[in-house]
Design a protein around this ligand. Structure first.
Ligand code: FES
Ligand code: FES
Length: 212
């Protein structure tokens, strides 16, 4: 079967998809987007987390046929998604509209070329200036929350979605939001630090914008 859906703001189609094929397989193997990781393939580890119509899901558990006509955001599109949310936050109130206008987004080519390094090679890890990362991505780097990085894409997508819903999360809120994401390396404390850091920066920026 053919599946038409939107990935990171761009229409995509996958041909000859067989019935049991997962969204994760389509993203990684057919569309060449390896950011979403395949660890357990059983919905246990969260490393394959993407947003499907805004909701975080384990893409290994979603049948590709279920995404027909729907919107997917992967870690490759996260920076662009966060940027658009920030730009739209005045217009839609919550900023949760993301790429709803369908005019912008991360092209497949851009997503393939995604790099944690800034495009111009000049970065300031304190402010994120000169980088093209989303706030949560930068916070993970600054807090040292990335080791092998296998869990990181899923954590980033889940944490970003939580901060969209809940800009001032308690530690309990963060733990609950990330409870489906397993990490074997960092021991979680640095991951929590990263999300706290992103929340604090988001709040500070909101205050500054409120004053300006
Ligand atoms: S690979 Fe999907 S939850 Fe582990
Ligand atoms: S699994 Fe290695 S950084 Fe989380």
């Amino acid at each position: 079967m053919r599946v038409n859906f939107t990935v990171n703001g761009r229409p995509q189609e996958a041909d000859d998809v067989w019935e049991g094929e997962s969204l994760l397989y389509v993203l990684r193997e057919r569309l060449g987007l390896p950011g979403s990781k395949n660890a357990c393939e059983q919905g246990e580890c969260g490393s394959c987390t993407v947003r499907l119509d805004g909701v975080p899901v384990c893409s290994c558990l979603v049948a590709a046929g279920q995404v027909e006509g729907r919107e997917v955001v992967t870690v490759e599109g996260l920076a662009d998604f966060a940027k658009q949310r920030a730009e739209h936050s005045g217009a839609c109130g919550t900023g949760a509209c993301g790429s709803a206008d369908g005019k912008t987004g991360t092209s497949l080519q851009e997503a393939h070329g995604w790099s944690a390094r800034p495009a111009d090679g000049v970065s300031d890890s304190q402010t994120g200036e000169g980088t093209e990362l989303s706030p949560i991505q930068q916070a993970f780097i600054d807090a040292g929350a990335v080791q092998c990085g296998f869990c990181t894409p899923g954590l980033l997508v889940a944490a970003d979605e939580m901060l969209e819903r809940n800009p001032s999360p308690s530690d309990e809120d963060i733990r609950e939001a990330l409870s489906g994401n397993l990490c074997r390396c960092t021991g979680y404390e640095k991951i929590l630090d990263a999300v706290r850091l992103a929340a604090a920066r988001q709040e500070r920026q909101g205050l500054q914008e409120g004053v300006a």
